[in-house]
Design a binder for this molecule. Structure first.
Ligand SMILES: [Fe+2]
Ligand SMILES: [Fe+2]
Length: 253
């Protein structure tokens, strides 16, 4: 047995552990294709179903995740679904301290929620779409545009190309043409500065020792985020399904 385990590659071992964990659960958890793509696999996991006859597939909340209230609010997502909130909270706190308006603070608070709880690639677009039905158009527009603006300096406000990006992506990294186009379109938009301020407050918001509580923004959220009475994600807005997907990321259908 030990010999067999030694012969397994690291990823085979990880798969075996994962499958063992699945067996421990009452229902069978099948991953979405996208989750497997993120593991570098074109794999639909349906073979798992064949190996588990008689077990029902998960069609409700995932018992491994924090339990959310029956009518979740934006703050509940911060607490129960976002993997990391410190960057968002620090950005918003920095905007508040700099004396910016509440819409800018709100935009900073929400600018990377796609990274925190959903999908990284094109996170500005995903994040904007998620919040669009619930916030002022200025806030969602700015969240979408920050996707492109963060790659381009603006000397008038003292924003430079982030040194972190040179470190993370290498000195030769160039944004794709769709990002360049988006940037050029954003330049003359009436909300350009709101998006620019997201990027400006972004830079100062990676302090590992800073601690900001979401409760600090309860009032601003109350004034600028239209909380649906059914619960965020349980309503019928055009982006409710995205929030539901965060609530129940492993529902079979
Ligand atoms: Fe971002
Ligand atoms: Fe950010």
């Amino acid at each position: 047995m030990a010999g067999h385990a030694d012969a397994m590659t690291l990823s085979e071992r990880a798969d075996a552990i994962e499958e063992h964990m699945m067996h421990e659960l009452e229902h069978l958890v099948i991953k979405s294709a996208l989750f497997n793509l993120a593991d570098g696999r074109l794999d639909d996991d349906t073979a798992l179903i064949a190996r588990n006859p008689g077990k029902y597939l998960l069609m409700k909340e995932d018992p491994r995740l924090p339990k959310t209230p029956p009518k979740p609010t934006l703050i509940d997502y911060f607490k129960c679904r976002f993997a990391s909130t410190s960057h968002l909270l620090q950005s918003a706190a920095h905007a508040k301290k700099s004396g910016h308006g509440e819409k800018v603070i709100m935009a900073c608070l929400l600018h990377d929620i796609a990274v925190a709880g959903f999908i990284r690639c094109d996170h500005g677009y995903w994040g904007a779409q998620m919040i669009e039905p619930y916030v002022d158009e200025e806030v969602s527009w700015a969240v979408r545009a920050h996707q492109a603006l963060r790659f381009f300096p603006d000397e008038t406000v003292g924003y430079q190309y982030p040194e972190a990006y040179v470190k993370w992506f290498g000195p030769d990294f160039q944004p794709e043409p769709y990002i360049v186009d988006e940037y050029n379109r954003a330049l003359n938009h009436r909300h350009y500065m709101t998006a620019r301020l997201i990027t400006l407050n972004d830079l100062y918001s990676f302090d590992p020792n800073a601690s900001v509580d979401i409760e600090e923004f309860t009032d601003i959220i109350g004034r600028h985020f239209k909380q649906p009475k059914e619960g965020l994600g349980l309503d019928s807005s055009p982006s409710a399904h995205m929030w539901r997907t965060m609530l129940w990321p492993t529902r079979f259908l």
